[in-house]
Design a protein around this ligand. Structure first.
Ligand code: PEP
Length: 241
């Protein structure tokens, strides 16, 4: 069986000020980090994160579909690379729902981020309505097929984040998560130019110290993409089981 890298990735969303950022890294005891430790702060805080840690990879929560030009307010993947970011989260459900990013746009962003030698954490997941209608596999397959069309890279990490579990306090059971992850791995192997055995698949959706061990002990779950529980150092460290 392939030993895959495990990750605990904090998605700070639009939270934290500079004091919070410094306090977080000050309070991290790096001897307690058991897995790859990654944080995606607000893009404006990437340099201050980099100045305050050598133990974490720092990345962005989004990037543009172009490297440069007349795109007011956008964040260039080339500039992310230039300032020392190492990864970007693409396709988070908040980007899909609030900012109406479709699979084609996400595919373009993914390809450009990879061209800039960034790791990509590509997020997929169904809504509650879709789950209740028995459409989980159909939704995941479509998001994978369209979002990762023509993508072949060892720098892709997939995050399964059921929309109904993000920021709600409701976590998918380990069984529900494992079932989705096994489907994703098989789908990748059979339909995409990615190595399903080597690709890490993270679970996201109300992961916290109390449930992380059960989730991470599932065969196909290779870590977590974590919002709320990654904001404070002690809680973040509690995810490194
Ligand atoms: C997320 O931001 O991707 C997320 C899963 O948030 P939370 O852990 O707060 O549910």
């Amino acid at each position: 069986m392939t030993e895959r890298t495990k990750y605990i990735v904090g998605n700070w969303k639009m939270n934290q000020n500079t004091q919070d950022v410094i306090a977080f890294f000050d309070a991290i005891d790096s001897t307690k980090l058991r897995h790859e430790a990654w944080i995606a702060p607000q893009a404006i805080h990437i340099p201050i994160c980099l100045q305050n840690t050598d133990d974490f990879k720092i990345g962005a929560q989004n990037c543009a579909t172009e490297n440069s030009g007349a795109f007011t307010g956008e964040i260039s993947p080339a500039s992310l690379k230039d300032i020392g970011a190492e990864f970007v989260i693409i396709g988070h459900s908040e980007r899909r729902s609030i900012f109406k990013e479709d699979d084609q746009t996400l595919n373009k962003k993914t390809k450009l981020a990879l061209e800039n030698d960034l790791f990509v954490i590509f997020c997929i997941g169904e809504t509650l309505e879709e789950r209740e209608a028995g459409k989980v596999e159909e939704v995941l397959a479509t998001q994978l097929a369209q979002g990762l069309a023509g993508v072949s890279s060892e720098k892709i990490i997939i995050a399964y984040e059921p929309v109904w579990a993000i920021g709600t306090g409701v976590t998918a059971s380990p069984e529900q998560a494992q079932e989705a992850h096994a489907f994703i791995r098989q789908y990748i192997n059979e339909n995409l130019s990615l190595d399903g055995e080597k690709t890490s698949i993270l679970y996201g959706g109300s992961v916290k110290p109390a449930n992380v061990e059960d989730l991470l002990s599932c065969k196909d779950i290779d870590g977590g993409l974590v919002g709320g529980a990654a904001l404070k150092a002690d809680s973040y460290l509690g995810l490194h089981v």
